[in-house]
Design a protein around this ligand. Structure first.
Ligand code: CU
Length: 152
């Protein structure tokens, strides 16, 4: 009886930890509207073993013009298992299209991943977006769409 109650309490603490982290992410995004931080559009594709996750980021200033010359670093973790993975952060490189940057992360499993986006240079921001990385057969490249709220 007692051990199982302790277990329940541990899970509740974990859930509130995860919920708290999500809340922080949301407030960062909301703050981005009002404080001159760049607008961030993230599109990711998964492929191959790993799986690999190729993410393309478009940055715009508040007036809608593309933001060039930023340093963008991407990382990834699994919100459902925050300590379980050590994905190497990658510097994104400019693609040549104005305001566009790209980096490829080597993930360790399928599922919902939080992509951490760290922007510095002419604009600064730190945010995370959750994407669902599904199975992608053969040489296909598959969209990793924004994760549905509560998806794991
Ligand atoms: Cu995992």
């Amino acid at each position: 009886m007692k051990p199982s109650m302790n277990h329940t309490r541990t899970i509740a603490a974990l859930v509130s930890l995860i919920t708290g982290a999500t809340g922080a992410t949301l407030s960062t995004t909301a703050g981005a509207q009002g404080s001159g931080r760049p607008q961030v559009d993230l599109q990711c594709l998964s492929y191959g073993m790993g799986p690999m996750l190729e993410c393309t980021i478009d940055l715009k200033r508040r007036d809608g013009t593309p933001l060039d010359g930023a340093q963008v670093t991407l990382g990834a973790l699994m919100p459902s298992m925050p300590m379980a993975h050590t994905v190497k952060p990658m510097k994104a490189t400019a693609t040549g299209k104005p305001g566009q940057y790209r980096a490829t992360l080597e993930l360790e499993m399928l599922g919902v991943w939080a992509v951490d986006i760290d922007i510095s240079g002419p604009a600064r921001d730190k945010l995370a977006r959750n994407v669902t990385v599904g199975e992608c057969k053969g040489n296909d490249r598959c969209a990793a769409p924004p994760a549905k709220p509560g998806a794991r």
